[in-house]
Design a protein around this ligand. Structure first.
Ligand code: CP
Length: 320
């Protein structure tokens, strides 16, 4: 594996799920693979889970880890080609990527969208340049349009909690928020649910449909109650408008905030998922996050194993 930027980089979902199962049983068995290898983790945006779970995964494989928070403890990066760099960004991304390639065997990078320039975000202006100039395998730690390590962990979790002998019904349910958030988690989740061939639905207000490039096989709803009927999994997540790019929802939020009565009456066995961080009682009520059907901490735990599977593939195939 030379890069991990989307589900397209996983040759077989079913093989991956079996291999993750083995990793979870014996997480330290491949410590020799990472000996004397270094993972660089580059963050242009904040993180708790991605940072700690990926460090933990690397440590399970015997790797060294270096973390760089761009702009806070390093130079700000210039992204524009042919820039005359007379502003407040003293290092070009192409130089940063090439320099870090001298120190690291694998590099992960987190680069959120601006939510202002749709074309640049759709083209993954930051990630694509980093990949172009980086001389070692690159892992996306969430980019402008996707969050593949999160979606892989979500799929692992769904696989572990699915009803026996039934294709699970999975609903990605838009929820309110106080800030305009990226569409990356929703896009990516949709891609992974499609690749896994699950019964996949998305519920969102009108105007908040994701980029259809990511949702070709999803069943779309504009009513939350009809979408969640008989659901096995409800993945709750906010995103800002793709079509009115970056717009925050200004309609009535009440119908989009789920409660336990709805779950009991419409989908009593549904598991509740969220990638976190979650704004409690804005996006999801405490009663659901803390209830017996919540999988949010299982998802967070599985972030270790999605990262470990990816690192292991890269160490085995590209660096051995
Ligand atoms: N879910 C997720 O990626 O969390 P962080 O932003 O804290 O890494």
């Amino acid at each position: 594996m030379k890069q991990f930027l989307s589900v397209q980089d996983v040759p077989s979902i079913s093989t991956m799920l079996k291999e993750v199962d083995e990793i979870k049983k014996t997480p330290f068995v491949h410590q020799a693979l990472g000996k004397n290898k270094t993972l660089g983790l580059v963050f242009l945006n904040p993180s708790l889970r991605t940072r700690m779970s990926t460090q933990k995964a690397a440590s399970n494989l015997g790797m060294n880890v270096m973390v760089l928070n761009v702009g806070q403890e390093s130079w700000q990066w210039e992204m524009a080609d042919d820039a005359v760099m007379n502003g407040d960004r003293p290092e070009h991304i192409k130089d940063a990527a090439r320099v870090m390639s001298q120190y690291c065997d694998i590099i992960g990078i987190r680069c959120f969208p601006s939510l202002k320039n749709k074309l640049e975000d759709d083209q993954e202006q930051v990630l694509s340049q980093f990949v172009q100039y980086c001389e070692v395998p690159v892992i996306s730690l969430e980019s402008a349009t996707r969050h593949p390590l999160q979606s892989m962990a979500d799929l692992i979790t769904i696989n572990e909690f699915s009803p026996v002998n039934k294709k699970p019904k999975v609903v990605l349910a838009w929820a309110p928020h106080i800030k305009a958030l990226p569409q990356a988690v929703g896009n990516s989740f949709s891609e992974w649910m499609t690749a896994a061939q699950l019964d996949f639905h998305i519920a969102q207000p009108k105007g908040f449909e994701l980029n259809e490039q990511f949702t070709p096989n999803a069943i779309l709803h504009h009513d939350l109650n009809s979408a969640i009927k008989d659901a096995d999994f409800i993945y709750i997540k906010n995103w800002s408008s793709y079509h009115e790019y970056g717009k925050l929802y200004d309609g009535d939020k009440t119908p989009w905030l789920l409660d336990s009565d709805q779950i009991s009456s419409l989908c009593p066995n549904a598991k509740i998922m969220h990638c976190m961080p979650v704004r409690r009682n804005i996006e999801v009520k405490d009663e659901l996050l803390d209830g017996a059907q919540s999988l949010i901490y299982k998802q967070a735990q599985n972030r270790i194993y999605s990262a470990q599977w990816v690192l292991q593939q890269m160490l085995q195939s590209h660096l051995s």
